[in-house]
Design a binder for this molecule. Structure first.
Ligand code: FES
Length: 344
């Protein structure tokens, strides 16, 4: 960060694409004593996938007292990617492999992409889909989705070889702590979608991983073999008892804890009642728990406020808990369970 003149401040942030900064810039100018305008005067210099940008801020008035906070900003790209593979893996749930080297390099488990589902402009809004698996070496990403609404049904009809218009990777991703040795991953239904990438990353970091999957019936079980082949243990619960444990995946969690297997961290994605129940269980044993929340999204880049949810934060001044609205798309989708307002 360099102040090159009285009224001009130049910040250089290497490796961040310009478009994203315009759309979801998380720079905040604070402590300004005078009025100011931010003139996003951006210059770029392409260095393969890395883009350097210069943000010039014109400060109005003399002797301003400024401070700029920069949060971690991930590179979000808007690109066309080719569908390399498509399969209906279980009834109405599709797996797609996409050639997206730029996104594969940047993506963290838990992030998602925003997809234009059809070739024309209908439906207008993109659909947010979790990144199911990341292959950095081949430059490929996988998505796993259920064809339920108009958008996803149209997406399911796209063919191998088609180009898809996607924006991503978006969101914050799961946070695996270096000191954690045991990881528990819990997926409910299609909520399993972002968890295979997390399982792969946890194994890559030499963690002991257990995965619990809850589905309605045997035909809907996804990923069992993939998880085992990674070296993780997997237990499955079906509501109707047609496969493995009959009951809820949260029962499996309680049983695992009773048997003495306590994770250092738990990660989960699925229906909110399941996430809430896990929270109740986890509170008793004091395990760090992160959830990936699902919300309807319109813009996917933090602009429309269509995905806000209530999150607990701490008021440092008054040392008390307060509630704040946060955008699931860019502030999440992963939150600490202790921050989520569970009582709705
Ligand atoms: Fe628009 Fe999140 S979808 S702010």
């Amino acid at each position: 960060m360099e102040r090159i003149a009285d009224r001009i401040l130049v910040i250089q942030l290497p490796g961040l694409p310009v478009k994203i900064q315009v759309a979801s810039c998380r720079l905040r100018v604070t402590s300004l004593k005078k009025a100011f305008t931010v003139n996003r005067n951006l210059k770029t210099k392409n260095e393969k996938l890395q883009t350097r940008f210069i943000l010039t801020i014109n400060l109005i008035g003399q002797s301003v007292n400024w401070r700029i906070k920069r949060k971690k900003v991930s590179a979000i790209l808007n690109i066309k990617v080719k569908i390399l593979y498509k399969k209906e893996v279980v009834p109405n749930i599709y797996l797609m492999r996409l050639k997206a080297p730029e996104i594969a390099q940047e993506t963290l488990p838990g992030q998602f992409i925003h997809i234009k589902c059809s070739k024309d402009n209908y439906p207008l809004l993109r659909r947010p889909l979790s990144i199911h698996r990341i292959d950095k070496e081949k430059g490929e990403i996988f998505i796993l989705f259920q064809a339920v609404g108009e958008g996803t049904k149209l997406l399911a009809q796209r063919a191998v070889g088609d180009d898809l218009d996607i924006v991503g990777p978006i969101g914050n991703g799961f946070n695996i702590y270096p000191e954690s040795k045991k990881i528990m991953i819990i997926g409910g239904g299609i909520g399993f979608a972002p968890l295979l990438a997390l399982c792969e990353e946890s194994i890559r970091q030499d963690k002991e991983v257990r995965v619990l999957i809850g589905v309605l019936k045997k035909e809907l079980v996804i990923g069992e073999e993939s998880i085992r082949s990674l070296g993780a243990k997997v237990d499955i619960a079906t509501d109707d008892g047609s496969y493995k444990y009959m009951g809820l995946v949260t029962d499996l969690l309680e049983r695992t804890i009773k048997k003495g297997w306590l994770a250092d961290q738990i990660f989960a994605c699925g229906p909110k009642p399941m996430l809430r129940k896990i929270n109740e269980i986890v509170l008793k044993v004091n395990i760090d728990y992160q959830v990936s929340l699902e919300e309807r999204m319109a813009c996917g880049i933090g602009a429309c406020l269509g995905c806000v949810c209530e999150i607990k934060t701490k008021d440092k001044k008054e040392d008390k808990v307060k509630y704040e609205f946060k955008r699931v798309c860019v502030d999440g989708p992963v939150f600490k369970a202790s921050e989520v307002f569970w009582d709705d």
